[in-house]
Design a binder for this molecule. Structure first.
Ligand SMILES: C[S@@+](CC[C@H](N)C(=O)[O-])C[C@H]1O[C@@H](n2cnc3c(N)ncnc32)[C@H](O)[C@@H]1O
Ligand code: SF4
Length: 433
């Protein structure tokens, strides 16, 4: 079992997914909490109001407060057991109050804006103009915010560019007092003392998309319109930020690279940057192609060389005590799709700027409904979502890059291409590749 889980860590692509898979691996060595969740899951088949069940839930909740980064998967295990007993029960029908929290997504991702000071070639065109969420819309997510274990404030733009970022964080933390609640993926260029002070003690995950380990490569990858944003300025910003957060916050930071033919030789340099900044983890994701015209930039063109560079980076990472995650070519990964491996429909929900939703970043143009128009519960507990919980039947699930072997070109193509669904409109980017 551990071997399979470890293999899946290497297979991690999406950022939330990477954190989730790494967590599953850690979980395997935490039998106490796992046992409690397993016992709760077993009891879900019996009397839902028994004193023993309530006691176990209280124990699990106390554990979550002490170990916030471990709550997602255990929460999900309980959710799955409730759903297995009955989808109607899962949707709230005759479900006792002490179990309700487990039927909400442990990870709620809220897109705030699509504005960005950069224009990475894999993300958008140079002249991109973004949009932003009306702050009042967020109040429509209060029930989901209260029940979540992690709130991810990452959209298809730069989150620290959102003018009311501070108000959003304060509001979320007033509604949900779980420690280490906030997750953000950022290009890092706006990180500062101010954001460090705001997020100190609150970080569940802070992923900085550096995409390079040197100044030249960084400039070509990020394509900032304002040339004041450089590799050195971002490194200085991250450094300033880390001075103002706790050691526990720092242990949850990751430097990220979307590896492509133009930057993969910078992997070792990025490991050194992480070491210099005191960031313990580097994740190498791979470029997922949304446009056929960019296929020449895919790692598919440099398989052997990329593997070699990754091996070189691993040697340096080991020496510097940096955790380096990245998938490799020519590894015997088996295709394991479906409910056996994918937890997404129980575990996370992505809310886009207009309120449209998706259970993961790999859905292409498939959407689940609009929470700002119809309410959170109407969408999260909808027939469409329950059908997905029972079976990963959607076209995008059949070509999910996350569960497709790395050697297969499908793993390097967006579901927008592989499911032949229309691409999102340029002015309203959707979450996901
Ligand atoms: C869209 S960004 C938004 C947040 C922030 N501006 C940033 O760059 O981190 C979220 C993550 O998706 C990654 N990403 C964007 N386009 C991608 C693609 N085509 N393939 C793989 N990863 C991609 C980015 O590098 C980033 O790590
Ligand atoms: S990946 Fe992030 S930093 Fe790059 S253009 Fe997209 S939103 Fe901006």
């Amino acid at each position: 079992m551990n071997r399979i889980v470890a293999k899946r860590i290497l297979a991690s692509v999406g950022l939330l997914d990477a954190a989730r898979q790494a967590y599953r691996f850690v979980l395997a060595s935490k039998p106490g909490a796992t046992n409690t969740a397993a016992k709760i899951a077993k009891q879900i088949g019996g009397d839902l109001n028994s004193a023993r069940l309530m006691k176990r839930i209280a124990k699990l909740e106390a554990y979550f407060r002490e170990n916030p980064s471990r709550s997602k998967i255990l929460h999900t295990e309980v959710a799955k057991a409730i759903f297995a007993r009955s989808p109607k029960l899962y949707s709230g029908e005759e479900l006792p109050d002490h179990l309700k929290r487990y039927t909400y997504p442990p990870v709620l991702s809220i897109a705030l804006n699509s504005h960005c000071n950069a224009s990475c070639f894999f993300c958008r065109d140079l002249d991109f103009k973004g949009t932003l969420i009306d702050f009042d819309q967020i109040t429509k997510l209060d029930s989901a915010v209260r029940n979540a274990r992690v709130i991810d404030l990452t959209g298809w733009g730069e989150p620290f560019f959102y003018p009311k970022f501070e108000e959003v964080v304060e509001r979320i933390c007033r509604l949900n007092d779980s420690p280490h609640l906030i997750m953000v993926t950022s290009n890092g260029s706006f990180l500062s003392e101010r954001w460090g002070k705001l997020l100190a003690g609150r970080i569940n995950g802070l992923i900085v998309s550096m995409n390079a380990g040197s100044a030249d490569v960084y400039a070509k990858q990020m394509r900032y319109k304002n040339k004041q944003f450089t590799f050195d300025s971002t490194v200085a910003s991250v450094r300033e930020f880390t001075k103002n957060i706790t050691a526990a916050d720092r242990s949850r930071m990751i430097l990220h690279m979307v590896a492509n033919t133009e930057n993969y030789k910078d992997m070792t340099a990025l490991v050194r940057v992480a070491s210099d900044l005191g960031v313990p983890t580097v994740n190498i994701g791979h470029f997922i192609c949304v446009d056929e015209k960019q296929m020449h930039l895919s790692l598919l063109n440099v398989r052997e060389d990329y593997n070699q560079e990754l091996s070189n980076a691993k040697v340096v990472a080991e020496r510097l005590n940096i955790q380096l995650n990245g998938r490799r070519f020519f590894v015997d990964e088996k295709e394991v799709k479906g409910a056996e491996t994918c937890m997404a429909p129980f575990e996370q929900f992505f809310v886009e700027i207009p309120g449209t939703t998706a259970p993961c970043c790999f859905m292409g143009s498939e959407r689940m409904g609009n929470v700002y128009e119809d309410g959170f519960e109407a969408v999260w507990f909808s027939n469409k979502m329950n059908k997905l919980r029972a079976s990963r039947y959607l076209p995008a699930c059949q070509v999910c890059t996350h569960y497709t072997p790395f050697d297969d070109p499908i793993a390097h193509l967006s579901a927008h291409l592989t499911t032949k669904l229309p691409k999102p409109k340029a002015q309203m980017p959707a979450i996901g590749y």
